[in-house]
Design a binder for this molecule. Structure first.
Ligand SMILES: [Mg+2]
Length: 227
């Protein structure tokens, strides 16, 4: 079996944005006059249902649907404001371009599947001059299982002919559920323990962490050409 499509998560995987994300977490707790949880607890606890994390660390729990919506809006506003202020501090991981060029040269399709707002994603890709290196970009992918299946269908490939790279338990679990190959990136939003708990194909027994694009390149060469 050879991987014929390289599918990448964006935030925390290609985009090294955890420092800014954690900065926004500190900002939110500051706004509520609360001490922020450590980066380690953030990486251990954060899930797509982010309200749980904030309320678990002292932000008053909403009592009904209306309060929940208000809280969600407030947190998103603080975060958005902080992100815009720190927009230029975020970088793409070194080796990303090399990875994508390798994929294209060897006939692999390339795609992004990301929960990021699609317009933000398109702007980032343009700013980093990466737009032309992707055959398909799917943003607003709250439901990663569905977005991944859409991507397989778009390329006319079976799930097992694709590999998905993600930095979270949730993203890797979604990819495992739909049958894609998986590489867990261990230098992103979640701890190495949570990445391993999702049981990705890589890291595995011999390779304990994957924290650079060079390692991703080595895995793809190994799987596709046995080198
Ligand atoms: Mg991510």
């Amino acid at each position: 079996m050879r991987w014929r499509a390289l599918i990448l998560d964006w935030n925390g995987t290609v985009l090294d944005d955890l420092p800014v994300v954690y900065g926004s977490v500190i900002e939110i707790f500051r706004a509520y006059g609360l001490p922020p949880p450590s980066l380690q607890s953030y990486k251990e606890e954060i899930t797509a249902d982010f309200i749980q994390f904030y309320c678990g660390h002292g932000i008053p729990k909403p009592k009904n649907e209306a309060e929940l919506n208000t809280l969600r809006t407030t947190l998103n506003q603080i975060r958005k404001h902080y992100f815009l202020k720190h927009w230029n501090e975020v970088k793409v991981r070194p080796g990303t371009r090399e990875l994508l060029i390798l994929a294209q040269k060897t006939g692999m399709q390339t795609a992004i599947v990301s929960a990021e707002v699609e317009e933000v994603l398109e702007k980032r890709l343009f700013d980093f001059a990466l737009t032309d290196l992707f055959d398909r970009v799917e943003g607003n992918a709250w439901d990663k299982e569905r977005a991944l299946v859409n991507t397989f269908d778009f390329f006319g490939l079976k799930a097992e002919e694709t590999v998905y790279i993600d930095d979270t338990f949730d993203g890797l679990t979604a990819a495992n559920n739909v049958g894609a190959g998986t590489i867990g990136f261990t230098d992103g939003y979640n701890t190495e323990e949570r990445i391993r708990a999702a049981k990705p194909n890589f890291p595995n027994g011999t390779l304990s962490k994957i924290d650079s694009m060079q390692q991703v390149i080595a895995i793809i060469k190994h799987v596709n050409w046995g080198v």
